[in-house]
Design a protein around this ligand. Structure first.
Ligand code: G3P
Length: 236
């Protein structure tokens, strides 16, 4: 697994019509172009049916949106870490608000991803659940207050204390686990604030997927991410 440079922008394609099949290809092309132009790590989390389609065509990290806690066998309809790796995924989100699983399932799924050499990004809805997620030593924790998801009201502006608290609590159990934040992030300023609050990047969906000009939108997000990351690093 390649190390990700910071900042990181993870684009969650969810199950939006604009972001499946050929739409997923179109948006992944935009993501790869902007990522290469600006030198920012941009990953896309896609439907399991699109993982191979994108991984065979693009170099950017392709992530699953969910993994079931099963190694292999008679698990009809489940998505395994082995299947994701075989399809060319670099990792997966786990426990997204729209695909919650229990703590013991998250723990198993993180291990299964690790065993396959895949990256895990565990989503959490509060600072406390972020801490529990951090204790499992995933590659990243992503804090997202569910009530702000898809609203256009950014967590980094409306609930900055959730982000700073999540960063503090995750670091208290394992300072080596970096934190992302997401929910409602829609402007470059939202991205700038998110990183200023101590995260290494952001998780974004609707503002990118639904944008009339995704390339312009993502360019703004990535420029803000770089600027904020640089300014924070110079202060450390
Ligand atoms: O996984 C990202 C997400 O849940 C945030 O969605 O639409 O508020 O950017 P959105």
């Amino acid at each position: 697994m390649k190390r990700w440079s910071y900042p990181v922008v993870v684009l969650n394609f969810k199950a939006y019509r604009e972001a499946v099949g050929s739409g997923a290809e179109r948006l992944a092309y935009v993501a790869e172009t902007v990522s290469k132009e600006l030198g920012v790590t941009v990953a896309v989390a896609v439907q399991p049916t699109d993982v191979h389609r994108l991984s065979s065509r693009f170099e950017l990290p392709i992530l699953g949106q969910h993994v079931d806690p099963h190694e292999e066998g008679s698990w009809t309809g489940h998505v395994t870490a082995v299947a994701l790796r075989e399809a060319g995924a670099e990792g997966s989100l786990l426990n997204h608000s729209e695909r919650r699983i229990g703590l013991s399932e998250i723990a198993i799924a993180v291990e299964l991803l690790r065993k396959e050499g895949l990256r895990s990004i565990v989503c959490a809805d509060t600072p406390l659940t972020s801490k529990a997620a951090g204790a499992l030593r995933p590659d990243l924790v992503a804090v997202e207050p569910p009530e702000l998801i898809g609203t256009g009201i950014s967590v980094s502006k409306a609930r900055p204390e959730v982000v700073t608290e999540a960063v503090r609590m995750v670091s208290s159990v394992d300072p080596g686990v970096p934190v992302l934040c997401g929910a409602g992030i829609s402007t470059p300023e939202d991205v700038y604030r998110a990183i200023e609050l101590g995260t290494v990047g952001v998780l974004i969906s609707s503002a990118f997927v639904k944008s009339k000009d995704p390339q312009h939108t993502l360019t703004g997000f990535c420029q803000a991410a770089l600027k904020s990351h640089e300014s924070r690093s110079s202060r450390l």
